[in-house]
Every structure is written in C-alpha cells, then in structure tokens.
Design a protein around this ligand. Structure first.
Ligand code: SF4
Length: 284
C-alpha cells in the first residue's frame, strides 16, 4: 500500500458525489480522491493533480451557478430580507459573461481541447433564467416553511462509515415535519440513483433533528420544468441504504494502489474528466 498523508484519513468519508464518480470510472476516483494524498512514489505528481482539480466541467459550472444564485436568495429570505428576481437574473448573467469573456478557459473540456462555442453561453444563460423564473414562481409555496438550513455540508456516521451530505434546502412545515429539497437544474428525467442521495439525506436528518423517518419528507424540484417529485422512505428501504453505503465505502478503501482502480474510458466522460491529461487510458 502506498503511504498516504494522514489528512486523507481525517476527511475520508462516503458521499453521493463520490458514489457517482466511483461508478463512472474508478481511475477517475483514484485521481480525484486518493492521488492528491499519495506520499510515497506517486504515479502522478500530487501537485499536478491538485492543479488539475481547479478545472470544472462546463456542465457542473452550469448547475453550480444557478445553485449559488438561489442560495443567495434563500439567504436573503432567512434574514427576513426581500428576494429579488431581477437582481438574481442580473447577477446570473454577469457570472455567465465572466466565463464567456475568458473563453471558458477554466472549463475541463476547454483544457482537454474542446472549443466552447458562443452558443453554449447563450444556452446556459437562457436555461439559467428559466430555472430562476421557476424558482421564484414556486417560492410562495415555501414561505410557510421555516428555513432551517441551506447548502451546508454536514457529516454523520453509519456504523464506522463517515458520510458527508449537503442538502439544498431544509424547511420545517407548520405541522413540525421536515422537507428536504434538492433543486435540479437538468432534465426532469435526470434522476440517476437519486433515491440513494435522498435516502442518505433522510438518514442524516433523522439523526441531526432527532426525527423519525415518517416525520421527514424529501422532494426533487426540477427548475427547468417546474415539476416536483416527492420521495418517502420506508424503514426497510433506509435499512438497505444503511447497509449499501458502508459496503461501498469498504470497496472504495480496499486498496490505495493505482492499479486497483480500473479505467472505464468513454469519449463523453473523458472529455469532461479533469484528469484526462494524465490518464493514459483516456479516449478522446
Ligand atoms: S480520462 Fe477517462 S478513463 Fe481516464 S480517468 Fe478520466 S474518465 Fe477515466
């Protein structure tokens, strides 16, 4: 086993994001979560890996910009200040323009050699405005919910496995029940394994707020279409997730050897992969 920086073991936990990377390409998982901490004979210079981690896929940026603006607006609401659609749109457009002005050079795809056409910025600008309009259109339904927290990281344990979560919005209904909301900025059929994500949120909220599963609801809100999809979990389903997460985390940590993390190249994934430059198996 290679020697890893002790800091790795302090921050090493399961998260839904890690789960997705792990199931997408384990080599990418290695580069993202292990390679920066390898101290003895690293396959790739950890400094180089840390530098590559500064790039972000254009698809991630697109969703992140909308989340940031929504989060700022929710913060205003939590401080009893008025939300402002015009200001939200203005701020969003400015952010998109900033990326456009530098030609998208912080996008992973740009770093990997893809030209980012002007139409991409037009698309994310229009899509973002649609999402913001939908958010503001739906917000009156949320006014009766007490704002408990939004976009904050938290940790909890399932047995010995640390789990990291970040819920977009936690609201308390007038009857005391909680609703955990996740804003989705993509297509409304883009629900890849979302149940696992939402179940992890419920397990966290049960512990954090000392509530039972039937006092916690979850929902996905698709900002592109306005569709809301609620999820409720039975104890049995939650028990399965309580077994699934430690099992997967054990697999993720069975070895830290580079060769034990097989690559799964595909043109689409490799073009959006931060580590394509140092991956000998990239397909582009
Ligand atoms: S470039 Fe492709 S194969 Fe290599 S780590 Fe990234 S996604 Fe996996």
């Amino acid at each position: 086993m290679p020697e890893l920086d002790p800091f790795f073991f302090k921050i090493n936990s399961w998260s839904f994001t890690k789960h997705r990377v792990w199931n997408r390409c384990q080599r990418q998982y290695y580069f993202e979560y292990i390679a920066p901490y390898v101290k003895s004979t690293p396959v790739v210079d950890p400094e180089k890996i840390r530098w590559l981690k500064n790039f972000t896929s254009k698809f991630v940026v697109q969703g992140q910009l909308i989340h940031d603006i929504i989060d700022q607006q929710i913060q205003l609401h939590c401080e009893n200040k008025p939300m402002d659609l015009a200001e939200a749109i203005n701020e969003f457009t400015k952010k998109v323009l900033r990326y456009k002005n530098i030609g998208g050079e912080t996008f992973t795809e740009y770093h990997n050699g893809e030209k980012i056409p002007g139409s991409f910025y037009t698309f994310i600008d229009e899509n973002g405005k649609t999402c913001l309009h939908t958010f503001f259109g739906k917000w009156p339904d949320y006014m009766s919910r007490e704002c408990l927290r939004h976009e904050e990281y938290d940790h909890f344990n399932i047995g010995d496995t640390g789990v990291t979560v970040k819920v977009d919005f936690v609201g308390r209904m007038p009857d005391g029940t909680l609703v955990l909301t996740d804003w989705k900025t993509g297509r409304d059929d883009d629900e890849y394994e979302t149940e696992l994500q939402m179940a992890a949120y419920v397990l966290w909220a049960m512990e954090y707020y000392k509530k039972s599963a039937d006092e916690i609801g979850t929902e996905l809100v698709f900002l592109k279409t306005g569709k809301t999809k609620p999820y409720a979990f039975f104890e049995e389903q939650l028990r399965e997730v309580q077994e699934q997460i430690p099992r997967e985390f054990a697999m993720m940590n069975a070895s830290y050897e580079y060769g034990d993390f097989p690559a799964r190249p595909s043109q689409r994934e490799c073009m959006s992969c931060k580590f394509a430059e140092v991956c000998s198996e990239r397909k582009m």
